[in-house]
Write a protein that binds this ligand. Structure first.
Ligand code: 3PG
Length: 211
């Protein structure tokens, strides 16, 4: 299974914000205990790079990637630290072209036909759809999947345990992303049991409803 296939196989991708790199390994283990073996650590904190490295080096069962990657420099930093996939909130051509040229899995945020066409032009068939709840959610993705045959989305932003069932059941949804399974506050307070519970719940809902 390649990296993109692993994201699809897991189905739920926790968007993780870590303030202290020493929390990264316990957080990764909490996700694994809930059956979630992919983890997007976001470049929103100074601890992102060290957190990615800690998980890549110490938790081999976890497929760790970098999120909130805004430019090529961050992308290179993330890959050097051990990130196996790159997620961006939007479409940055230099980052996507670099990943495509170097065999690195990348899911840029694309919500317009023009952005999707750019992504397809770079060889992608899976894109992030962010913020999903603001840009039209399922009805927008359904409309976009008409002309873009074979394209699938990873909706992120506003996805949670309550609406996950509808997202999972949509044939044009490849996987979903979100922060609800592994909240910043739960990491900070070391509430790892709650993280495990929320991951297991999300996994169950996704598995029971996926197409
Ligand atoms: C992201 O970066 O993908 C989002 O912050 C996740 O959105 P959520 O917090 O609504 O899940």
């Amino acid at each position: 299974m390649n990296v993109i296939e692993k994201l699809g196989s897991c189905g739920v991708i926790p968007v993780v914000v870590i303030e202290h790199a020493e929390d990264a390994v316990p957080a990764a283990k909490a996700l694994l205990a809930g059956g979630v073996d992919v983890m997007e650590i976001t470049f929103r904190t100074a601890a992102a790079k060290d957190s990615i490295r800690a998980v890549a080096e110490n938790v081999p069962e976890m497929l760790v990637g970098a999120g909130t990657v805004l430019n090529l420099e961050q992308c290179k930093t993330a890959v050097e630290a051990g990130a196996k996939f790159i997620v961006s909130p939007g479409f940055d051509k230099r980052t996507v072209e670099y990943c495509a040229a170097n065999g690195i899995a990348v899911t840029p945020g694309c919500v317009t036909p023009t952005e999707i066409m750019e992504a397809i032009g770079c060889g992608l068939q899976i894109v992030k759809f962010f913020p999903a709840n603001v840009y039209g959610g399922l009805s927008a993705m359904k409309a976009l999947s008409g002309p873009f045959v074979g394209l699938k989305f990873i909706p992120t932003g506003g996805v949670n345990a309550e609406n996950l069932k509808e997202y999972a059941a949509a044939p044009y949804v490849y996987a979903v992303g979100g922060s609800w399974m592994c909240k910043k506050d739960d990491i900070a307070s070391h509430n790892f049991e709650k993280i495990t519970f929320l991951c297991a719940e999300a996994k169950k809902i996704f598995e029971e409803n996926r197409r």
